[in-house]
Design a binder for this molecule. Structure first.
Ligand code: VGL
Ligand code: ZN
Length: 201
């Protein structure tokens, strides 16, 4: 009862054929569907951007996708436009069973700030409210799966640790973008923060 499953961004645009496709991204769906009924609390996060979001390469003429720029809040990778609110790309993958989900947390809704973490925006100040929700439900430990291991899953894991939750990363329920060694870096940061790596039963 003190465990929650938090499924990160299992959306069309992060799957093969999507705008920001993660290799084998669709493979996490079966794991998520198998895990969800085992938990009393299931949260889904959904990347949900306005069409003119500042993390989109299209908002930075002369820049290329996957280049980094400096925003007010620090470095920001420029992404191909993805998960635009209300579009098919932003929808959850068809095969994902939404039945067990209690709450959907949308993130990245603010034009000027990206939000990798399901807990707070990249400014490291603006909360999504997820920590309060989990605490009010008596949650002490979260299991994380979804997309992408080295961005939204990793940032969510690190924030959860900083907020005092135990964190188990379900490795076979995640897939990575792996941009310039970002997966190794994410693994090292998560290990240093005390994130446990587990596999689904
Ligand atoms: C993500 C880049 C931009 C993710 C979301 O879900 O990992 N990555 N927006
Ligand atoms: Zn995004």
């Amino acid at each position: 009862m003190t465990d929650a499953l938090v499924l990160i961004d299992i959306q069309n645009d992060f799957c093969p054929g999507g705008a920001l496709a993660v290799p084998e991204g669709d493979r996490v769906v079966a794991v998520a569907n198998r895990l969800a009924p085992m938990f009393g609390t299931v949260i889904l996060s959904q990347d949900w951007h306005p069409a003119d979001h500042r993390s989109f390469v299209t908002a930075h003429p002369g820049k290329a996708a996957f280049e980094s720029v400096t925003m007010d809040y620090g470095p920001q990778v420029l992404w191909p436009p993805h998960c635009v609110a209300g579009t098919r790309g932003a929808a959850f993958v068809d095969g994902l069973d939404l039945g067990p989900a209690h709450v959907i947390v949308r993130k990245g809704t603010n034009r000027d700030t990206d939000s990798y973490s399901a807990f707070q925006e990249n400014d490291k100040r603006t909360s999504t409210g997820l920590a309060g929700l989990l605490r009010e439900r008596g949650i002490e430990r979260i299991f994380l799966a979804g997309l992408a291991t080295d961005f939204c899953v990793c940032y969510s894991a690190l924030d959860a640790r900083a907020l005092g939750f135990e964190v188990c990363l379900v490795e076979d329920g995640c897939r990575a973008i792996d941009l310039d060694g970002s997966l190794d870096l994410a693994r090292a940061k998560m290990a240093a923060a005390g994130v446990k790596i587990v596999t689904s039963p």
